[in-house]
Design a protein. Structure first.
Length: 347
């Protein structure tokens, strides 16, 4: 772990303890009996990572589905939320904290003031473990506030309540039921970047220009951050097995911004800085395979079957779901298990 990571962990632990008691959910005294009363909602998720913004999309969809006439404001960090929510017509304002607040203290402070501009009908903290999320939810003006703590009722009802995309939706549904709205038993929204037809067709063209045949395509992404990353030897063995098992498929690699390939650039490869262009490519593959990282979540949000490998992070918190996606812990599975999973997705 780097010195910077250690400092950030210490900071998060201190702030988490200081803000743990900030706010209380499920204590609204007023009632809400008509969804049309909710005209403006603030969702707070001040984190700059791509994966965390993509993991917020189910909650945003849930709010829009529940309150179809409302406008949604987002309180985030960094600019990645703009391309993620580009095609969400009801997302009205994205309030962006500077990614490096200590370099832009004045802008950082003024940005916090923006969440006081409107009196919201509902404010939601998108991550119960976010100290900034708790503080911003407390600071915003609204009579209905959901701070994000997982209620014991939810823990008892849902085995998947730990998932970072699912528990905010479960929380919102229970909260709204308790303050007067009907119970919602519909399927949970999936991660969704909402690609349009032109973006999907552009992704198809990129793949066709890359491989120049009509075979279906498997895409791998061999990079990840820190301990989540697998070695070159690991990926080389995996890649060679892919070539052997799936000779009737194209095997391509999507490269990270660092231009790193754990298989030595042996596979036809693609690189882009455009998140939506990347998503368009991913939408056109039969399965996407990666370790736990932001691009894994991008694949899931592209509505593509996704196989995610986990070894240090909590699978139950971050695993891809929907669209036939699967997650595997490589500490207690082997390469035969991984290829059985791929067979299951493809077949």
């Amino acid at each position: 772990m780097t010195f910077k990571s250690k400092v950030n962990n210490i900071r998060r632990n201190i702030m988490g303890k200081l803000t743990k008691s900030v706010g209380a959910s499920y204590n609204a005294e007023e009632r809400l009996t008509d969804a049309s009363q909710v005209k403006r909602v603030l969702i707070s998720r001040p984190n700059h990572r791509l994966g965390n913004q993509l993991l917020l999309t189910p909650l945003v969809q849930e709010v829009i589905n529940t309150f179809p006439n409302c406008k949604v404001d987002l309180f985030v960090k960094g600019g990645v939320a703009y391309p993620v929510f580009e095609n969400y017509k009801q997302v009205d304002t994205i309030i962006v904290l500077p990614k490096k607040p200590f370099n832009q203290l004045l802008k950082y402070g003024l940005t916090w003031l923006k969440i006081r501009k409107h009196k919201y009908d509902l404010v939601i903290n998108g991550d119960k473990n976010s100290s900034s999320g708790r503080l911003s939810t407390k600071y915003a003006r609204s009579k209905f506030k959901l701070f994000g703590d997982v209620n014991d009722t939810i823990k008892n009802m849902y085995d998947d309540h730990e998932h970072i995309s699912k528990y905010p939706v479960y929380n919102l549904r229970l909260f709204l039921e308790e303050i007067g709205l009907p119970k919602n038993n519909s399927d949970l929204p999936l991660l969704d970047i909402k690609l349009n037809e032109a973006e999907i067709n552009n992704g198809k063209t990129i793949i066709q220009d890359l491989i120049k045949n009509n075979k279906k395509t498997i895409c791998i992404y061999t990079n990840a951050t820190g301990d989540k990353c697998y070695s070159e030897e690991w990926w080389e063995a995996f890649y060679q097995r892919l070539l052997k098992e799936y000779s009737d498929y194209n095997i391509i690699e999507m490269l990270p911004i660092e231009n790193i390939s754990k298989v030595g650039f042996k596979a036809p490869h693609f690189y882009s800085k455009d998140i939506r262009e990347m998503a368009g490519v991913l939408r056109n593959v039969a399965v996407f395979i990666a370790a736990d990282n932001g691009v894994m979540h991008l694949s899931s949000a592209s509505l593509t079957p996704t196989l995610g490998f986990f070894k240090v992070t909590k699978q139950e918190v971050y695993e891809p779901y929907g669209n036939g996606s699967l997650a595997l812990n490589t500490n207690n599975t082997n390469i035969d298990d991984w290829f059985n999973a791929i067979d299951g997705i493809l077949n």
